[in-house]
Design a protein around this ligand. Structure first.
Ligand SMILES: [Zn+2]
Ligand SMILES: [Zn+2]
Length: 370
């Protein structure tokens, strides 16, 4: 048995007991005060000095070089009938704490920066961490992130170069007409018609005007207009979301949506107000770093236990690090056939503790061989 496996096995119990504490303390984005305390205590007990950042986040460093490998975990829970770790961030935290512990016990001399990031589920805790200088001093030259993944067997990871998770934007388009009696539509301007036209036109237009090899999702989620059968409403509000894997293409879709809303407003004699919100860019794993990470991980986990991943239109604010430094984001298998089968964000979400072992093993092994 190699020395890494031995040290992980000796300390796994402690990591699992930490998981129980974190799991029992789920807190929503930017409210992770108790979580921050638990993490701080554990890091202190290992001899790490850690620093608070981004309100409820933490950063701790092993080694004293001017350049570091960054390892990031998110720390927030989601609201599933109250705060709950249904996105597995308790697994992420425990894995990164375990990694910090094992690297310390192994007496590793490399410099590693551990990022405990709040508010992944809200509007980008990663962005705040970066703004507050988390990538500097020591300078993070490469960043490793991961997410537990249901239905992927424990002992397996999935990773591919390029985009793995999508960008997220949403929009609110309001068509303002002229309300009145439903029996006199000829003296009103019914905003329902441009709203319906807009939804239909955009649905068709994005299909025929964009290259299908560049995948995207445009989903309309609500159309609100009026409340009763005999009144024409003043306005109609359309909401939806846009997901892509490519920032230039994302910008193109944004322009198409805004231009089409204007054109349709004119066509129906309605005024239009548009709000287009840009949230996360796509998660893009750096080609060269992913190749290096894959090679090192295959050696440790076995050729067949490091598989390519299938892209998903869900999102992750790890993407903000990807924009700044070469980064790799992998998926950690948590399924043992009974645990780890329910989807992320499900109230039934769970995972095998063996995933902690393999997560720590993957990260420690990478640091030692990078
Ligand atoms: Zn989530
Ligand atoms: Zn998550």
């Amino acid at each position: 048995m190699d020395i890494i496996r031995k040290v992980i096995e000796e300390n796994l119990e402690e990591v699992i007991s930490m998981w129980h504490k974190l799991h029992a303390t789920p807190e929503l984005s930017f409210e992770e005060y108790k979580t921050q305390e638990l993490l701080l205590e554990f890091l202190n007990s290992m001899g790490y000095e850690s620093k608070k950042i981004a309100k409820t986040g933490l950063v701790a460093v092993l080694g004293d070089d001017s350049k570091a490998i960054g390892i990031r975990t998110d720390i927030d829970a989601i609201n599933v009938a109250g705060p709950r770790h249904s996105c597995g961030h308790d697994f992420h935290m425990s894995t990164v704490l375990g990694t910090a512990l094992v690297l310390k016990k192994l007496g590793v001399k490399k410099t590693v920066k551990f990022l405990f990031q709040p508010a992944e589920e809200a509007i980008g805790g990663a962005k705040v961490m970066i703004e507050e200088g988390v990538l500097k001093n020591p300078e993070v030259t490469e960043m490793i992130g991961f997410h537990v993944w249901p239905k992927v067997p424990v002992g397996t990871i999935e990773v591919s170069p390029g985009p793995s998770m999508a960008s997220v934007d949403d929009f609110i388009i309001t068509f303002k007409g002229k309300g009145g009696h439903a029996a006199m539509p000829y003296i009103c301007i019914n905003p329902l018609y441009p709203a319906m036209d807009f939804i239909n036109t955009m649905t068709i237009k994005t299909k025929i005007e964009n290259n299908p090899l560049n995948p995207h999702i445009l989903t309309f989620t609500t159309l609100q207009c009026g409340t009763v059968g005999n009144v024409i409403a003043e306005e109609a509000v359309v909401k939806g979301t846009v997901r892509t894997f490519d920032m230039a293409f994302k910008k193109k879709l944004q322009n198409q949506i805004l231009a089409e809303a204007e054109d349709i407003g004119k066509k129906y004699n309605c005024s239009v107000s548009s709000h287009y919100n840009v949230y996360y860019p796509p998660v893009i794993s750096d080609e060269a770093l992913t190749e290096k990470f894959t090679k090192i991980s295959k050696k440790a986990l076995g050729e067949n236990n490091v598989r390519p991943l299938e892209k998903t239109f869900t999102a992750e604010d790890f993407s903000f690090y990807c924009e700044k430094v070469p980064s790799v984001h992998f998926r950690l298998g948590i399924s043992d056939g009974s645990k780890g089968e329910s989807p992320l964000h499900s109230p039934n979400f769970d995972g095998s503790f063996e995933a902690l072992y393999y997560g720590i093993y993957t990260l420690v092994n990478y640091v030692l061989n990078a």
